[in-house]
Structure formats: structure tokens, C-alpha cells
Write a protein that binds this ligand. Structure first.
Ligand SMILES: Nc1nc2c(ncn2[C@@H]2O[C@H](COP(=O)(O)OP(=O)(O)OP(=O)(O)O)[C@@H](O)[C@H]2O)c(=O)[nH]1
Length: 607
């Protein structure tokens, strides 16, 4: 089925939903789809918008998707409402900003029992930066703890927008959903299009993903001109050309169209091989009749955090490569290249948008592809200026050049916003201080403190978020964005086990923290590495200087000794168990290091 009737601009509303995690964005989206008849009830999987398993399990939205809804308003007119789903996590801030720039307005959803959180703020400011009109929606008013009046006031105080006509809803029960639809039509502006249909094609590449049947699908927002089947298009950022094969919209089912016009949002397919060939934020134009200017603000996603991933069993290397290839099909911001480590053998150096992204990929590799992996210390991207004036980026501490050749090391800093109940403020201030944080603001939002800190990213990548959650018993919320590079007094710390350097454990640390961290690492490793038949020294060193040392004393490693006099099956079981245990160990020289040691050793205690 296809259609060519073009919806007039004033009957289109393009909007997104901005919210803190768990405030009910997906539930509301489902309700909107359901109540406009996009899907019959029995077709709704529990949550339509979050499609990947891990997303559902963790309750977060990773991949932005969109739906086109038809809504008959109280004024009798039928409107096309395009909802663009935005990823809910800080690591995907750039994707969020692109999704937002594809629409004119946002629903600001705030949980009426929780109030404003760190991500509410970060996302709403992004929406305001994109000149969005906002409709404030207070969700979960069915909860006894809901305090809509107090939260309205809080929104006005903290965000500085008028919340007096906020829509009160329960996405769970469906209460108030018709009011949300009316507010979208009446309070959010329609798209505008300077050149209209006759202008050369100019479209924003909002998102792309891999569909098993259709291949790479590209989500586009038409700014001006018309995008049609059979057209030869050009991606202005990458200068690649493709012939459009399919044009359509998602309702959320795919519905074919002949073309998309100004203000519209839909998808295309064009025999694009990899998602990596499409860059979110790029401008799509017609090859024969190109637009004069590309859309501003395009920047390819840059990996921020790197780590090495190695198979525990070297024989799994090719499987790991294949699995990573598959994941990358759908995630252009995940990058990997082969790496070999003296200690860990062959593996991959991988780049991620942030820590959550790293965790998700690692988990998917282990779970969906059944691979046992060793992850090395996550590292940020350092910028080195060499004594000969040249500059280079350092993704892996193991590649650190000789210090005498380096004149300056710069490290990335972030600007973090933390909201926490007052009770945990002391602990959080100490945590930020210990991580070299610089406090820039401390204000109160009702009974909660709102902190802004500048922090070196390398102090955050290990376990900052875990620590923050444990100090605040889960109540603090956290959001950050990159805030540029600064010079840092950084040194490379190496760890030696039995005299052999373990490259996978080397890291760049601030000089002031090096000694403590070295001591912590040695102490941790002492507990994590099992005794061997010989004495094992564990040392932390900067250059040639040993800054910390522990020793694991020798033991006769005979697990069957315990079973003296026991039966043979028991003995065999123990030996099997020991063999199994071996699999998850790595040999360094003569020493076996269990896989857990790598991860655990990197988690810094702040106590
Ligand atoms: N009581 C109540 N619970 C709700 C309501 N809306 C959503 N929830 C619940 O709140 C939790 C989070 O809702 P989601 O819709 O997944 O939240 P989200 O904002 O989409 O979260 P992300 O996808 O992680 O960004 C779920 O357990 C919902 O069932 C509501 O109106 N009332």
C-alpha cells in the first residue's frame, strides 16, 4: 500500500519525550500509540519502543525509534503526530541532540512522586537549546506518593518554565492521555519549511539501524524538498551516493510510501551495506540537484572510552571477531581493532561512547554470543604533545611512548550534575573531592542538593557511578557531558606479577594518586591471585621505580590432599572443578591470574 497525499505542514506535529530514566517515557509512548490506534492491544508487546532484550531488562532505551500516529483532535481535524524516541542515557547525548533537532517540541515527563532529576535537567536544557516548545506532563499521579502541586512548583523553580498548565496523567492506567494528545496539537508548533516541496532535497539523518530483512534502514526528517523512491541521494558528510529503494513510515508497523515531503519523518532503505556508512546528523540531498548548504552541527560520534577485550580461551578469537562484527552492524558508534597483548594474547581494542555503552556491549558479547572475556582497564583518550611538537592521541596506556619524548599530556574533563538527598551530600562531596573534582555549584532543589562538578573523566570511568549509587543508597542521580581537555600531571603505572609486567593492568594515573592506587592494586591482587607453589611478588611501578609491593606466599597446590581417604568420584570432581577454574585463568609467565582479578583490581575503594 502506498500513498502520495501530502499532509499540510500545519497538520503535522513532530515531538519527542524528554524524561529522567524510569519516569515513564516508554509507557507514555505506548499509550499514545495505543490510543491513536497505531496498534491493536493484542499486538502491543509489553513495550513497543524498547525492542532489544537488554534494553528491556535494564529498562533503558538505547536505539532511537520513531512512530507516526494519526490523531483526530477535538476540533475535528486529523493530525499526523510523529513521535521520535530518544535514547535515555548520557552516553548517547549526541544522538539525543540529533533526535531533538528533528522536531519542534517535547513532552517533558516528570514522575510526580520523584520530581526533577539530573537527567530531566540535562535533557530539558537540550530541548530548550533546540528551540523546543514544551508541554509539561506529570506522570504517575495514580501513586499515593504523587505530589503534583509541589512538583509543578519545583519545575518552575529549578527549570524556570511555566508549569501551571502541566498535564496530569497516569501512563499506567491511561488517565489523562487524551489531554496529552490535545496539548500536543494545541501547544506544540507545526514544522516550517522555507523552501517547501520545490526546493532541492535537504533531509536530516536522524538515526539508522540494521533490519534483518531490509538491511540498513535510515530514519530521516525532511527539511525541504521531496525524498522519493528511485532517487539518487548523496550523504553530504561522507559523500556517498545511493539509490533509494524504499520509502515509508513506522506506525510502528512499516507502511510504504512513494515519497516524503517537508516536515515529514520516515525511513528509507537504499542498499547501504553497514550502519557505519550512515552518520547520525548528516545531511541527505539529491545527487543531481543538491542543496546549497548542509545542516549545521554535524559531528561524527567519537568514542570516549576504550578498553581491550580478550577471549579467555584463545581459540574463541575468531568467534569474538564475528560477534563484534555483528554488533557493529547495528551500532556505528562501537569500534574495534585487533590488538595483541604480551599477557593476554590476541584480542581487540574497542572504543565506546561511554561507560554504559561499554558495559552493554560486553554483556551482549558474553550473553548473546556466549563468550568468556577479559576486559582490560577502561581508558580515556589522552592527547599527547611530543617534544618535537607533534601531537598524538593515546587510546591505550600500554602504547605510552617514552616519557622523555612527551612534553605535555592532556586528559578529558567532564561537567557533571548530581542531584542527591541532603543526607548523602557529605559522602558525595568527599567522593568528588577524592576524584580530583572541582565544585562549581551547590544549590538546593527542595530537600535535595544539586551539585555541579568538573571532573577528570579518567577518575569517573572506573567505578564512580557505582560508588555514587552505593553512597546514596541509589537515590543520587547523575548526568555528565564532555567539557574539553586539560593538562594533567599523569604518569603510567605498571603492574608486575612475579617480575613480569602485566600490560593489561597498566594505567595512567594522576601523580598525586599514584602511590595510593598502586598500593590498593597490589593489595587487591594479593587477595585475588591464588597461591602457587612458589612465592609471587606483586609490584606497582612508575618508570623504573617500584612504588608498592606485596608478596603472595608459596603453597603446595594439591587440591586432592583434602580428600585423603575420600572416594574416587569426589576426587575426580574436584580435579574437574580445578580444570574448569583454569579455563578462566590467564597465565602470566608462570603465574595464573583469574579473570575476576582484572576487573576487581580496577575497582577502587574510596573508604
Ligand atoms: N504507578 C505508575 N507507574 C508507572 C506509570 N508510568 C510508568 N510507570 C512504571 O514506571 C517504570 C518505568 O517506566 P518506563 O516507561 O519504562 O520508563 P522510561 O522513562 O521509559 O525509562 P527508560 O526507557 O529507561 O528511559 C515502569 O515500571 C512502569 O510500569 C504510572 O503512571 N504510574
Amino acid at each position: 500500500m502506498s500513498t502520495t497525499t501530502r499532509t499540510p505542514l500545519d497538520h503535522i506535529r513532530n515531538f519527542s519525550i524528554v524524561a529522567h530514566i524510569d519516569h515513564g517515557k516508554s509507557t507514555l509512548a505506548d499509550r499514545l500509540i495505543q490510543s491513536t490506534g497505531g496498534l491493536a492491544e493484542r499486538e502491543m508487546s509489553e513495550q513497543v519502543l524498547d525492542s532489544m532484550d537488554i534494553e528491556r531488562e535494564r529498562g533503558i532505551t538505547i536505539k532511537a525509534q520513531t512512530v507516526r500516529l494519526h490523531y483526530k483532535a477535538n476540533n475535528g481535524e486529523v493530525y499526523v503526530l510523529n513521535l521520535i524516541d530518544t535514547p535515555g542515557h548520557v552516553d548517547f547525548a549526541y544522538e539525543v541532540s540529533r533526535s531533538l533537532s528533528a522536531c519542534e517540541g517535547s513532552l517533558l515527563v516528570v514522575d510526580a512522586s520523584q520530581g526533577v532529576e539530573a537527567q530531566t535537567l540535562a535533557n530539558v536544557y537540550q530541548a530548550i537549546d533546540n528551540n523546543h516548545e514544551l508541554v509539561t506532563v506529570l506522570n504517575k499521579i495514580d501513586l499515593p506518593a504523587a505530589e503534583p502541586d509541589r512538583i509543578k512548583q519545583q519545575i518552575e523553580e529549578v527549570i524556570g518554565i511555566d508549569a501551571s498548565d502541566a498535564v496530569l496523567i497516569s501512563a499506567k492506567t491511561g488517565l489523562g492521555i487524551p489531554d496529552v494528545l490535545e496539548a500536543i496539537v494545541n501547544h506544540l508548533p507545526p514544522p516550517t519549511s522555507e523552501g517547501g516541496e520545490t526546493a532541492p532535497l535537504k533531509a536530516l539523518l536522524v538515526d539508522s539501524w540494521y533490519d534483518t530483512y531490509l538491511g540498513v534502514m535510515v530514519l530521516v526528517r525532511i527539511i525541504e524538498g521531496v525524498l522519493s523512491k528511485g532517487q539518487t541521494i548523496r550523504m553530504m558528510g561522507t559523500d556517498a551516493r545511493y539509490t533509494v529503494e524504499r520509502v515509508g513510515v513506522l506506525t510502528p508497523k512499516m507502511v510504504a510510501m512513494d515519497s516524503l515531503g517537508p516536515g515529514e519523518i520516515g525511513f528509507i532503505t537504499a542498499s547501504i551495506k553497514e550502519v557505519a556508512d550512515t552518520r547520525v546528523g548528516d545531511t541527505i540531498t539529491e545527487d543531481k540537484k543538491p542543496t546549497a548548504h548542509a545542516l549545521p552541527g554535524f559531528k561524527p560520534a567519537q568514542p570516549v572510552v576504550f578498553c581491550g577485550l580478550f577471549p579467555v580461551d584463545a581459540a574463541d578469537f575468531e568467534d569474538l571477531r564475528a560477534a563484534m562484527g555483528k554488533l557493529r552492524l547495528n551500532d556505528a558508534s562501537f569500534s574495534f581493532e585487533m590488538e595483541s597483548s604480551a599477557a593476554l594474547g590476541f584480542g581487540f581494542r574497542c572504543g565506546f561512547l561511554g561507560l554504559l555503552h561499554l558495559e552493554i556491549i560486553q554483556e551482549r558479547l558474553e550473553r548473546e554470543f556466549d563468550l568468556d572475556l577479559i576486559a582490560t582497564a577502561p581508558s580515556v583518550v589522552y592527547r599527547l604533545t611530543m617534544t618535537d611538537g607533534s601531537e598524538r592521541e593515546l587510546h591505550n596506556p600500554a602504547d605510552m611512548p617514552d616519557v622523555v619524548k612527551i612534553s605535555e599530556i592532556q586528559e578529558p574533563w567532564i561537567k557533571a550534575t548530581i542531584l542527591t538527598p541532603d543526607d548523602y551530600l557529605g559522602g558525595i562531596l568527599k567522593l568528588c573531592q577524592d576524584r580530583r573534582g572541582i565544585q562549581t555549584e551547590l544549590t538546593y532543589v527542595g530537600k535535595r542538593a544539586m551539585l555541579t562538578y568538573e571532573l577528570p573523566l579518567n577518575e569517573v570511568v572506573f567505578d564512580f557511578y557505582d560508588r555514587l549509587k552505593s553512597i546514596s543508597k541509589g537515590y543520587a542521580s547523575f548526568d555528565y557531558h564532555l567539557h574539553g581537555y586539560r593538562e594533567g600531571n599523569l604518569v603510567k603505572m605498571s603492574i608486575m606479577v612475579n617480575g613480569e609486567p602485566v600490560d593489561a593492568l597498566s594505567m595512567l594515573v594522576h601523580r598525586s594518586a599514584a602511590e595510593k592506587r598502586g598500593r590498593d592494586m597490589c593489595e587487591k591482587l594479593k587477595d585475588l591471585i591464588p597461591r602457587h607453589m612458589f612465592k609471587i611478588p606483586i609490584q606497582a611501578a612508575i618508570g623504573g621505580n617500584v612504588i608498592a609491593r606485596e608478596t603472595i606466599s608459596a603453597m603446595r597446590k594439591d587440591v586432592t590432599a583434602k580428600c585423603y581417604g575420600g572416594d574416587a568420584t569426589r576426587k575426580r570432581k574436584l580435579l574437574d572443578k580445578q580444570k574448569e577454574g583454569k579455563k578462566r585463568m590467564r597465565q602470566f609467565g608462570k603465574v595464573d591470574i583469574p579473570q575476576e582479578a582484572f576487573i576487581a583490581a580496577l575497582k577502587m575503594g574510596d573508604e
